[in-house]
Design a protein around this ligand. Sequence first.
Ligand code: PLP
Length: 373
Amino acid sequence: MKTFYLDHAASTPLAAEVAAAMAEVAGQTGNASSQHAAGRALRDHLDVARETVAQELGCLFGEICFTSGGTESGNLALLGLALANPSRREILVSASEHHCLLSPAPVLSRLGITLRTVRADRYGRIDLTSLQEMASDQTLAIAAMHANNELGTRNDLVGVRGICEQVGALLIVDAVQTLGRESLHGSAWKADILFGSAHKFNGPKGVGVLFVRAGTPFEALLRGGGQERDLRAGTENVSGIVGLAAALRRGAISAPVELRERLAAGLPARFMRTVPPEVPTLPGHLHVIAPGIPAEQMLIALDRRGVFASSGAACSAGSSEPSHVLLAAGYDAQTSAQGIRFSLGPELSLDDVKEAARRITEAAEDIWSRQKG
Ligand code: PLP
């Protein structure tokens, strides 16, 4: 059976040229911190990779820190600020952020920093009116993602930046769903801290990048050999970092909007599209609610039919937990456990998408008819 991978927001295929660049370095002996020629050769690779990322972001070479991915970068963004013992004791974060920016709340609290969540609108975007009300001279930073990983919607980061400037807060941007897929160079919102993850743009898993603007009071979590200019100790994953840079140079191609619209058109009429097409979203991203079908049940039925998708909901045996993004967007708990995300890649053809839509419809009709019987 031919399978269809509709889960590019979760991870993307490793590009052949990226794998080749990594393989060349992976076989090299040495440690990038060693003074001898073998070590210096690896250090050169790291420098080239760092310069590539700095050019892409339009920032300084020394403002780039390589990490193990989006989760580590997000944790480090918050905890790095908190550990610097700032006089302001509050960070505002959109309720629809990825868990990597929400879950550190208890640890931040032990460090005396309160993480306060800001309301999201019905498309999961940070609500600027609420943000404006909550922001104050106590706000150390505001975190708002570039594009939401579940709904695909884009935050008004220029608006968020404006509020940051009014109260003198830093702007943290989770760009995991956009870095490497679109150019962030010269972005009008000028993040103070920004991060991305290589496996979302045809690079390797387990490697990411964190930009921290020079002069930002910031402390490391990992301490040891002083690598990454004291921001993250540990021997560098040189082949992974080379892979990240190669993937960034190559640039991931998104699926065209037409493909997403073709998929949407082929889905059951009872499916509810969470975000209408006129709202700016990631081009290959389609989120729906399958009424009456818990996400886990739908995903298993799709998996059996060779269609790979996901939900933002955490699944436990036989049931689906509600998605925190849908809850934040105002859906009730039951509906929030019925969300399905299809995220398309450029390798899919129109015929693939038509066939995937047919199988999705078949899976849903099958579940609904069994529910009736
Ligand atoms: N932030 C967003 C918006 C994401 O979509 C993800 C991954 O799905 C992450 C952070 C975490 O990234 P990683 O998988 O590299 O830990």
